[in-house]
Design a protein around this ligand. Structure first.
Ligand SMILES: [Zn+2]
Length: 225
């Protein structure tokens, strides 16, 4: 009897709580996923804004790097380490993308989940679908030269299937990939426009649009919630 009364009280409390909370918070409490909002990259974070003619522009690059350190945490040994006592790596969590495990910054995972839901819903059928086989997120070693700090070190970048999506503007041996002889970036990558646009819809920037033509690479450049 007491157990029944307790259960009834609990149910009433849950319902009341659920009704009185804003949607997103209620969803978080109930374990359901929050609604997805479209987002755009912050312009000053886009690589072409701070690397021009292959040269890193000090002031623009500093602004972008400071923002990343402040927002996501520091990278040991990289500039502006003192700006944030927390490291980016300490805020990285395990996630999955189409069932494949990867490690990403916790602030970026919700946006990636939005991308995945849209891909499942929208990018079906010939010319639209794509099946990832290998994904990568957080990395410990920097791959850039010339002072740039890879967004993989902050855990805010994701690579999809390097062999099928080459970086034709990267250093050797990348440009030797036979795909890089093809005339357009859309022929060099296996990704479909539907896939690229779905990432872009939720604040990811595709480096296939950059001089590097790093077609495997998406980085989250919008403002995290
Ligand atoms: Zn990458």
């Amino acid at each position: 009897m007491l157990a029944q009364r307790l259960a009834a009280t609990l149910l009433l409390a849950t319902v009341t709580l659920g009704l009185s909370l804003p949607t997103v918070e209620a969803e978080a409490k109930s374990g359901r996923r929050a609604a997805c909002r479209t987002q755009r990259p912050l312009k000053f974070l886009i690589r072409s804004q701070f690397v021009r003619g292959g040269v890193v522009q000090p002031a623009e690059h500093a602004r972008a790097l400071k923002y990343r350190v402040t927002t996501y945490g520091h990278v040991p040994g990289a500039p502006y380490e003192k700006l944030n006592p927390r490291s980016a790596a300490s805020q990285v969590i395990g996630a999955t993308f189409f069932g494949l495990p990867l490690r990403l910054h916790e602030k970026v995972v919700p946006a990636l989940q939005c991308v995945e839901r849209r891909l499942e819903r929208t990018c079906r059928g010939p010319g639209k679908s794509y099946t990832p086989r290998a994904v990568g997120g957080l990395r410990a070693a920097n791959t850039y030269r010339g002072g740039e700090v890879s967004n993989h070190l902050f855990g805010i970048a994701i690579d999809l299937d390097p062999e099928r999506n080459p970086c034709c503007g990267c250093v050797a041996p990348w440009p030797d990939n036979p795909r890089c002889k093809r005339p357009s970036v859309w022929e060099r990558t296996s990704l479909t426009k539907c896939w690229v646009e779905s990432f872009e819809r939720y604040g990811f920037y595709w480096l296939g649009r950059d001089k590097l033509e790093d077609t495997m690479h998406f980085e989250y450049l919008a403002k995290p919630r």
